[in-house]
Design a protein. Structure first.
Length: 170
């Protein structure tokens, strides 16, 4: 059994308040997690695992898009300058990580496409959900951190192109 001390409870509360102040960080983590799971499934072309997992990833992606849309509509003002700069740094790290993951996914999709399974539609669903999530996260970031809108738009375009290549490969 795990015990929560007053200090650990306060630490958790502070962390949740910080995350609420800048929702980009949690959203970026969720997109990266879905992409990593997508890559892991495609790396090991086990047909049963692919068919079982891809619908769940598509659902997780759609759920994430709904969260992003909810956060975007609920957010009123840009962050202060320091938080905008932190958001820009977070987005840049995210774009770099996501680009590596999407490139790996693209390479894996080419391998999986040779399997005698009708999985192209499932891969397309996950890729579409990721595209919507990427569009949403970068659109949201421009709203709360306008100082990095140019860089965010370039990163978004690069990721969108990779996702389009994944869809083309299936």
């Amino acid at each position: 059994m795990r015990f929560t001390t007053p200090l650990s409870a306060i630490t958790l509360m502070v962390a949740s308040v910080k995350a609420a102040e800048n929702p980009i960080i949690g959203l970026v983590d969720r997109i990266t997690s879905i992409s990593q799971d997508f890559d892991n499934v495609l790396e090991d072309p086990n047909p049963v695992r692919i068919i079982e997992t891809l619908p769940h990833l598509a659902y997780d992606g759609a759920n994430l898009v709904a969260t992003i849309v909810s956060d975007v509509t609920g957010w009123k003002n840009p962050l202060d300058n320091d938080d905008q700069l932190k958001t820009c740094a977070t987005l840049k790290k995210f774009a770099t990580t996501e680009e590596k993951l999407l490139t790996a996914i693209l390479n894996d999709v080419v391998k999986v496409a040779t399997l005698p399974l009708p999985i192209g539609g499932l891969i397309g669903l996950v890729a579409s959900a990721l595209k919507e999530a990427v569009d949403g996260i970068f659109g949201f970031s421009v709203k709360i951190a306008p100082v990095c809108s140019d860089a965010a738009n370039k990163d978004k375009a690069a990721l969108t192109d990779l996702i389009a290549n994944i869809k083309t490969a299936i």
